[in-house]
Write a protein of this length. Structure first.
Length: 328
C-alpha cells in the first residue's frame, strides 16, 4: 500500500507537574479558572501527529509519505525523519512562519493540559494531494490527521472527488470544530480513529449515534488507554484488543500516534484487523515508556518477541516476516 499521512508537524515542549490537576480545580469556580502550574521538568522533543505516525511506520520498515507544512527551521527535523525511513518530499515549507509548537503539561495521573501554536501549519490548506499521488504512481490510503481545519476538510473532499480511500483521525481538532465540519471529515471514511473520549465527542457534536457513525465508515477504531483498543464494523461483533504490557509508564504524549503507526503498518502488510490492533498497541507501549513521541527504538527481534509475549506465538509468526525495523 502507498500510504500518505497528512497532519501536524511540530516541536513538542513537554512539562511535568508533580501533583494532580483535579486537586487545583474548584467546582464552583470553573467559569473563571486562573491557574499557574510550577513544573519540575521540561523536555523539548520532535512531534506533531503526522510526523509521529510516519516516524513509527518508518521504524517498522515502511516508507510512509509525510504531508504537512513547516517553517524554514525544519531542516534538522527533516534529516531525522528521512534517516528513519520517512518520505518528506511532499512537505510544504513556509517562507513566513515557524514550524508549529505543542506545549503540554502532564500531571501525576497522566492527565494533560496542552496548547498548540499553529505557525506554518496554517499553510497546509494550500497542499494539493493529486501531485503527490502522481509522484508516487497513485495512493492507496490517505490518513487525514489533526491539522489546520481547512486543510483537513480540503484533503477529505479531494479524496472523495478522486476516489482515494481515506482514514479520518480528527483527534485534537474535535474540540475546535463544529458538527457539520466533523460530519464532513467522517462520512465515507474507510477508517475512523478516535480515543474513547473523542468517540463520545464525535457523537455529541455530529448528533449521530454510535450505529449511525458505523453506518458511515468502514471500520471504527477506538483506543481505550490502559484497556487497549476496540475495533467495530457495522453488523459485526466488537473486537477488543487487550493492551501490550509496558515496562514502565513515563509519558503518554504521542501514544495514540504510535498506535496508528502500528495499525497502518499492519494494513500495509495485509494483516487482519486483530493483528493491526495488536501492532498498534505494542508500538504505543514503546512510546509510553519514553518521554516524547519519537524517542523510542524498535529492534526487530525484541519487537517480535514482545508481540509474542503479549498476544501469543501465532501473532508473532504472522508478523515476523514483515517487521523490518530501522534498528536491527
Amino acid at each position: 500500500m502507498r500510504i500518505a499521512v497528512t497532519g501536524s508537524i511540530a516541536t513538542d515542549h513537554l512539562m511535568t507537574f508533580p501533583g494532580r490537576f483535579g486537586d487545583q480545580l474548584i467546582a464552583e469556580a470553573l467559569d473563571r479558572v486562573s491557574l499557574s502550574f510550577l513544573v519540575d521538568d521540561l523536555q523539548i522533543r520532535r512531534g506533531g501527529v503526522a510526523a509521529n505516525i510516519c516516524f513509527g511506520m518508518g521504524c517498522l520498515g515502511l516508507r510512509p509519505v509525510l504531508v504537512g507544512a513547516v517553517g524554514t527551521d525544519f531542516a534538522d527535523y527533516r534529516s531525522w525523519l528521512e534517516r528513519h525511513g520517512v518520505d518528506c518530499d511532499s512537505v510544504h515549507v513556509s517562507e513566513l512562519h515557524h514550524t508549529a509548537r505543542f506545549l503540554c503539561t502532564t500531571d501525576d495521573d497522566h492527565n494533560q493540559i496542552a496548547s498548540f501554536y499553529t505557525g506554518a501549519m496554517a499553510e497546509a490548506r494550500e497542499i494539493e494531494l493529486w501531485p503527490i499521488a502522481e509522484r508516487l504512481g497513485g495512493l492507496d490510503l490517505v490518513m487525514i490527521s489533526a491539522n489546520d481545519p481547512d486543510a483537513m476538510i480540503r484533503h477529505t473532499e479531494e479524496c472523495r472527488q478522486r476516489g482515494i480511500p481515506f482514514a479520518a483521525d480528527p483527534s485534537q481538532q474535535l474540540a475546535r470544530m463544529e458538527g457539520q465540519d466533523i460530519r464532513t471529515l467522517i462520512d465515507g471514511a474507510a477508517y475512523l480513529f478516535t480515543n474513547d473520549y473523542e468517540k463520545a465527542l464525535v457523537e455529541q457534536k455530529t448528533g449521530w449515534s454510535d450505529e449511525e457513525v458505523l453506518s458511515r465508515v468502514g471500520v471504527r477504531v477506538t483506543t481505550l488507554g490502559p484497556k487497549g483498543a476496540r475495533i467495530d464494523r457495522q453488523g459485526e461483533p466488537s473486537l477488543h484488543i487487550p493492551p501490550a504490557p509496558e515496562v514502565g509508564k513515563v509519558d503518554p504524549t504521542g501514544v495514540g500516534d504510535a498506535f496508528r503507526a502500528g495499525f497502518l503498518s499492519g494494513l500495509h502488510w495485509g494483516l487482519t484487523l486483530e493483528r493491526c490492533g495488536q501492532l498498534g498497541n505494542l508500538t504505543a507501549t514503546h512510546v509510553l515508556e519514553q518521554v516524547g513521541g519519537q524517542e523510542y527504538r524498535l529492534g526487530r527481534e525484541g519487537f517480535v518477541e514482545r508481540l509474542g509475549a503479549a498476544y501469543g506465538p501465532e501473532a508473532a509468526a504472522d508478523c515476523e516476516a514483515y517487521v523490518a525495523c530501522v534498528y536491527p
